[in-house]
Design a protein. Structure first.
Length: 191
């Protein structure tokens, strides 16, 4: 047998890939025992290179994909935490809402003369002043002092260290409360 590349030379081996007969000069070692021709060796090298590049691209793509996933997860977490914060804030606002409202609607005390009142209200306030004077003197209002509208007596509430007298029907004057006490002798009117 002659070498496939040197027709004048005697072949000694065979290429493990293309099975061509090769002389000593043409045979290249391919691993431990097999032999390969230069053309197959070049082809194999090229294939390996392409395979390596493919692997590297794949690796890179996987890495990019992983990073993308990480970023996505991160942004998801960020969105979730934002919603959570918003939810907590909303919950706090809802829970504290009545208190918040009461801040704006602080009990408005109306002093005598600082609010346009009708005759009946004025009479009731006059009564409270009278009762205030009585409280200061250590006396309590009797049934003779009555609400100008409902004709009911004023309500006396005794506490440990104070005596409070309230108009029986403040709603008839359009108020929430009309009161005077021994400790706070100025009639207090709450809208
Ligand atoms: Zn070959
Ligand atoms: Zn040869």
């Amino acid at each position: 047998m002659k070498c496939a590349y040197h027709p004048d030379k005697e072949a000694t081996t065979q290429c493990s890939q293309c099975k061509k007969y090769l002389c000593n000069e043409c045979s290249l070692p391919d691993g431990e025992i097999s032999v390969i021709c230069s053309r197959c060796a070049a082809l194999k090298a090229a294939q390996d290179a392409v395979y390596d590049v493919g692997k590297q691209i794949e690796k890179k793509e996987t890495r990019i994909e992983t990073e993308k996933l990480k970023k996505k997860r991160k942004s998801m977490m960020w969105i979730i935490s934002q919603w959570l914060i918003l939810f907590i804030c909303t919950a706090i606002i809802i829970i504290q809402f009545p208190r918040l409202i009461s801040c704006f609607k602080a009990e408005k005390q109306i002093r005598h003369g600082s609010y346009s009142t009708d005759d009946r209200t004025d009479q009731c306030i006059k009564n409270l002043w009278l009762i205030s004077k009585m409280l200061q003197e250590g006396k309590l209002p009797g049934d003779n002092i009555v609400c100008p509208v409902s004709k009911k007596p004023y309500v006396v509430t005794k506490t440990e260290d104070d005596v409070m007298v309230k108009a029986p029907n403040p709603g008839l004057y359009g108020f929430k409360e009309m009161r005077v006490s021994k400790k706070n002798p100025v009639p207090t009117i709450i809208k």
